[in-house]
Design a protein. Structure first.
Length: 141
């Protein structure tokens, strides 16, 4: 996995842990989604902007590699990078790293931008994001 283009931090809350005392597996995906939205926001794109344009990001595939546990009170840096390619989809690479530098999880995925009227992926997901972003360079556009 490459270096992350964007990072944000979260603190594991007690109610997010399971009976073993570590972060529930589904919450890793919530942290990843939070980081993706923060990444878009850092480029100047709000959810309301996407909706006003009739488009929205969608996750098409996700793989999680759980490497080390996260526990209540841990501060976690959640990274995010989009890899643009030809076609209707892009790759999303994310790392969750504990404050002590230990890599806790790697999440890879495939995303796209859905036309909310047609209910189909737009031909080039870069275009609506580039058009809406105050700073498209943040997203590598």
């Amino acid at each position: 996995m490459t270096d992350q283009d964007f990072t944000t931090q979260v603190t594991v809350r007690g109610y997010e842990t399971d009976t073993q005392g570590h972060l529930n597996q589904a919450v890793y995906l919530q942290y990843a989604e939070h980081a993706r939205w923060e990444y878009l926001r850092a480029a100047g794109i709000r959810q309301a902007d996407l909706l006003a344009e009739g488009v929205g990001p969608v996750v098409l595939e996700t793989t999680v590699k759980y490497l080390r546990e996260l526990r209540a009170g841990d501060t976690v840096t959640v990274g995010c990078a989009f890899t643009w390619r030809q076609g209707k989809t892009f790759q999303v690479l994310q790392r969750l790293t504990r404050a002590d530098g230990v890599l806790a999880a790697e999440i890879t995925g495939v995303g796209g931008i859905l036309d909310l009227t047609e209910r189909r992926l737009v031909a080039d997901p870069r275009e609506p994001l580039r058009a809406l972003a105050a700073d498209p360079g943040v997203l590598g556009l």
